[in-house]
Design a protein around this ligand. Structure first.
Ligand code: BES
Ligand code: ZN
Ligand code: ZN
Length: 477
């Protein structure tokens, strides 16, 4: 991972990436006449968007800003461009680089730097020869007349938080049990300055959180229920905003076992919602955003142990509603329901849950975005969608019609945990909606949480999806 810092002066041998437009004169960067001619030829004749010059004493990259028809696409193109340059940086064993904002393009320069920092992430904890595999890049600086040190500090913290979320997802459950996950949240709280309370199994039993307890029945490891709170004195909101994250540290499907190798291999990612919630609290506390935010993460593994609950069982949830469990693999909604019902006691202004909830969400839109639905007002939805575009974690809103309520009706209980053959991500959302009495949004991140192949600065494995989105939204309040 690389640090991001501010640079106030350029030295002759600093490696640089020049962020500029096509019609720059290229006379301000200490390039020779021949080099300038080369850059111009590459851009005009060969239609290159990036030009690389090895000057022996320094490396120079010229990165063009390509203006798209909407601004957020221009910005995203720069994040993506950074991931390409990153490959060349690592190939050439470059350890530090300065991003040069040559034309007062603040947002573009920040986006490029963000893409570069996110591309440099690695998860090497379990490699014996870490040093050998480590990326060369250690420090990224920004040289700009306009970008403030506060902006640079924020960018550093936000990429760090995204990487924290990625690491939590990449950790296998052999390390990251529910107990360990809550310990990781406690560490984050200590470091960033927010409070963390962890309910243990006895407390969860005393509270009668039937959803979380029943999913945990097939497990040897105890469940946890973590509450994180960041409450600055000058908070802009009177009622808290609550983030709820699914914390299934491993999903075998329970007795409704998933087939392996296909669908179980990546199921360590089933706590990606919880990871995003913890990492978002880390980011807002470290940057001292003036918002009162509470994070709630119910956590357990989902296993088919001897005492596991079975299809047909009826469970009484934390709020007293009963659920006929018909598929042990639909466990996310069981534990989230208790957390959402618990959130009522805070009288929240808004609750957003993030969960790798359904394969149906992946079937609907793939890994390109987040399946969203909920009861929040249009203004809130639009702001969230705007944030989704800003950080390129786009929201695809699903219909939330009454029709879908019919599909989770049970003959013997208040609802069942399984919908029909269609609209699986919506019926999962409809299930959750039975546990709320406040403005609420549900983000199904099953698609973008974990990638099986690299996509630009979104690397293979955990992506940290949700952290930059929530931060952008909370910052805009
Ligand atoms: N954790 C899975 C959803 C998932 C799928 C996450 C793919 C990431 C990638 C969830 O618990 C699950 O198994 N959902 C079931 C629900 C069904 C049984 C109603 C599904 O989507 O198949
Ligand atoms: Zn499942
Ligand atoms: Zn799951």
């Amino acid at each position: 991972m690389a640090t991001i810092s501010q640079k106030n002066a350029l030295n002759n041998n600093d490696n640089i990436v020049i962020i500029c437009s096509k019609n720059n004169s290229f006379t301000n960067f200490n390039l020779s006449k021949a080099e300038i001619d080369f850059v111009k030829k590459e851009i005009t004749k060969n239609d290159k968007k990036v030009v690389f010059i090895n000057q022996l004493n320094r490396f120079v990259f010229v990165q063009l800003i390509e203006t798209k028809n909407v601004n957020y696409l221009t910005i995203e193109a720069l994040r993506k461009a950074a991931s390409k340059i990153h490959a060349t940086i690592v190939e050439n064993k470059i350890d530090s680089i300065t991003v040069f904002d040559a034309e007062h393009k603040t947002a573009e320069t920040i986006a490029f730097t963000e893409g570069l920092a996110l591309s440099n992430y690695q998860f090497l904890k379990y490699k014996k020869d870490k040093k050998k595999e480590e990326n060369s890049l250690k420090s990224i600086s920004i040289f700009s007349k306009d970008i403030t040190s506060a902006q640079i500090n924020e960018l550093h913290i936000l990429t760090e938080a995204t990487n924290i979320s990625r690491t939590l997802v990449n950790e296998p459950q052999s390390f990251l049990t529910a107990t360990q996950l809550s310990k990781e949240f406690q560490k984050l709280g200590k470091e960033a300055g927010f409070s963390v309370e962890v309910f243990n199994k006895a407390k969860i039993k005393a509270l009668k959180m039937g959803g979380l307890l029943s999913v945990n029945l097939g497990s040897i490891e105890p469940p946890t229920f973590t509450i994180m709170e960041y409450k600055p004195k000058k908070a802009k909101n009177k009622q808290p905003i609550i983030l709820v994250g699914k914390g299934v540290v491993y999903d075998t499907g329970g007795v409704s076992l998933k087939p392996t190798p296909n669908s179980m291999d990546m199921m360590k990612c089933d706590m990606a919602g919880g990871a995003a919630v913890g990492a978002t609290l880390y980011a807002i506390a470290k940057t001292k955003l003036p918002v009162h935010v509470i994070g709630i993460v119910p956590a357990t593994d989902n296993r088919p142990g001897e005492n596991a609950y079975v299809p047909g069982d009826v469970i009484t949830m934390y709020n007293g509603l009963t659920v006929e469990m018909l598929n042990a693999d639909a466990e996310g909604r069981m534990i989230l329901a208790d957390a959402l019902a618990y959130a009522k006691k805070y009288k929240p202004q808004l609750v957003i849950d993030l969960a790798t909830l359904t394969g149906a969400a992946v079937a609907a839109i793939g890994t390109s975005g987040i399946v969203a639905m909920g009861t929040a007002d249009e203004k809130t939805k639009n702001k969230l969608k705007q944030s989704g575009n800003n950080v390129f974690e786009r929201l695809a809103e699903m219909p939330f019609w009454d029709d879908y309520d019919e599909m989770i009706k049970s003959d013997i209980a208040d609802m069942k945990n399984l919908g029909g053959p269609y609209a699986g991500s919506i019926t999962a959302g409809k299930f959750l909606a039975r546990y709320i009495d406040y403005p609420w949004m549900h983000f199904d991140i099953a698609g973008p949480a974990f990638l099986t192949s690299k996509d630009g600065y979104r690397l293979k494995g955990g992506t940290g999806v949700g952290v930059r989105l929530l931060f952008d939204y909370l910052k805009g309040l």
